[in-house]
Design a protein around this ligand. Sequence first.
Ligand code: DPP
Ligand code: ZN
Length: 876
Amino acid sequence: GQIVNLADYRPTDFILERVDLTFELDPTNTKVDSRLIFHRREGVDPSAPLVLDGDELTLSGLLFDQNELPTSQYDATPESLIVRDLPASEPFELTITTYINPEANTQLMGLYRTNGIYCTQCEAEGFRRITYFPDRPDVLAPYTITIIGDKAANPVMLSNGNFLGGAGYDEGRAFAAWFDPHPKPSYLFALVAGDLGVVDDTFETMSGNEVALKIYVEHGKEARAAYAMDALKRSMKWDEERFGREYDLNIFQIVAVSDFNMGAMENKGLNVFNDKYVLADPETATDQDYANIEAIIAHEYFHNWTGNRITCRDWFQLCLKEGLTVYRDHEFSADMRSRAVKRIAEVRHLKSEQFPEDAGPLAHPVRPTKYREINNFYTTTVYEKGSEVTRMIATLLGESGFKAGMDLYFERHDGQAVTVEDFVTCFEDANHRDLTQFSLWYRQAGTPLVTVSSQYDQSSGSFTLSLEQMIPATPGQPTKEPMHIPLSFALISDNGALATPTAVKGGEVTGEVLHLTERQQNFTFSGISPRPVLSLNRSFSAPVNLHFDQTPTDLAHIARYDTDLFARWQALTELAVLNLTQGVRDLKTGKALTCDPAFLSALLEAAGDETLEPAFRAQALTLPSESDIARELGGNNDPEAIHAARQAVLYAVAKEGQPLFLRLFEDMKPAGAYSPDAASAGKRSLRNIALSYLSYAEASHARAAEAFAAADNMTDLAQALTVLAHRFPDSTQATEALETFQSRFEGNALVTDKWFSIQATIPGAGALERVKQLMADARFVASNPNRVRALVGSFAFSNPTGFNRADGEAYRFLAEQILAIDQRNPQLAARILTSMRSWRSLEAQRADHAHSALMQIERATVLSADVRDIVERMLK
Ligand code: DPP
Ligand code: ZN
């Protein structure tokens, strides 16, 4: 791949007016006729040729205004079609014919087959694998689609927009026609055809339009789409109420397919989903699965306005639709569930996935300025950090200021392909505010580090806070400008009440938000007595690392008194981190690990506090993960030592809290039949974490084995199985439970994925052999991305001790797998390879092995652009 630079952006020479596509479906030889109406943009050189994108295409026919074009007038290669001598200003029509082979399309980009179904994925650059086209997001046009296919094999034939009609076509074949009146870029095109079951419903929009809702699934799975349908209706309603956004076609369709590279895709009026984010019932889906379905259904639906009606000018602007839409789906889930618990989960995810990305060789700004392979920029930085940047705009402007900016954005840019600057300008204009410095969040990569110290002067009653920001160097960005960092804070008195200063000096403070805008800044609060405890970055108002040597006593004070639940969790986590990192150091120097009693009592107090919701208490009890600890330690990491220290802390908590855990395990069983609602899910999560601690305190698998036998839903079953398999991998109980589990759900691939990933994440050096054996299992289908992610992905991403074996065997294994996967599906291979993004922070011997494995990949003779881009950046 060539490097693409943001600075080189220029509009197309030709404007596309209309698109009319006819597909004659055939599993191995589908004919695509594409009629495109263009005219030359005003002011463009009349001799400039029309350049269309292709990818592995062969041109089979080309007509100009229905007449054959002389071959001297065009050049066709697999990658492009260039047509010369075109009219200076009047519109003309090109008819392009290509034949494509969906069955052979293992990349799952363009038109492909999954379980006998035709399906498309066009974002980012898949449409050019269907036909030659100006395949870029700033080319918008209305589409008319005709699908002709074998009648028996394709009772369902779908595309974007509204259904025009369909009937018999010729002997054995039928046709269906669709029209999408909303101009859209090619990446939002979709086609689905095959024999599918459907679940029907309707939604009445706020202005009284009735929308037909349809979810298509494999026959027999209809009942498992009920929750997704419910989530869709709630999403549609919420977007009307919260953002004033109404749906704009008379039909909205979702199709669940089993082979899909991403979670889902927001094609206009026809979302295509990885079936794992549609299908759920209590026997086979966990509470987390339900929550994911709700969030992703909402996310794709919300794209209808943030992404589809207003799209991106170019792919550098990806965060414009993704960061914003993630923010919207986060807010939706927060409204549907518990806001504090949702925020904790978001921050956990951000810190465990995005922070390492931002601290390693793959770091890039939320709005990058160059790429070699755009598929590699669907990252947690663009999505999650992009969402955090949107959240900060809302924090800076307040609820009504944010709403005014969003309303202006929808009004001003509807139907356009725009930039991050256009977006930010709407907030500036609606609020008469300059966001120039704030916009650095889009341009500067790296997680800012804010160093905090404080001083209290009893005699004057003044509290001084010294803040210093540092943004680490990242690839291509050695130096950084100071950013605008909004930090939510509270000063907590010794009795737990929040202190209100009489005056503030040194910088801007609005409400409970302090604005750090300089490299170094002192804020002085007066009228404070006695000495307060500072709670900083409450609700995680800014995605930064804090360096703040708060005493365990102060942290425990915040954990007990802060009115922001998130801040209480954050203080407990900070306490846990202190103990975990000290534990690693102690182990390395041969000292016995001891847990600070202040930490244990603060943690157990929160866990036992019946005034707090169970889901929060479960979050509090979930200690930072091994990779969180590695991140906190910063470098020269030994995953074995980290694992051992964490196990020791778990054991100490378990021993100290045993009576509490016994009580929680008894009390937290929700009454009645399983329901996926947040309150019941919260109880289950608290009960299951109690079970896990009891497995340490009792040093026995007996309770988990009983829980496994008694479970009447997948959440409890999978948790009990995880305790058995991870804590007692060599016990017959674990072996038997794994067998029971698999045979009970034989044939259910999504459950098999849980079975794969539970085994792939069993800690210890033995994991590699286990993974190899499972790859030979007949249930492992190497061409299916969900299977590969569940087994190989879980192993590489989520098994720190197993994957980081000291002998480097697992790195070599992964290198071989990456090369094999790359032959079929480069996007998937590149994604899984990012599991090694933190290799430089390993201790020397492991880092060395990791380096050799990466070199092994880099030296391969055949390598996709996707994997080459990742591996070269990781080695730089
Ligand atoms: N389908 C992916 C998403 O919704 C890419 N647009 O984020
Ligand atoms: Zn998205």
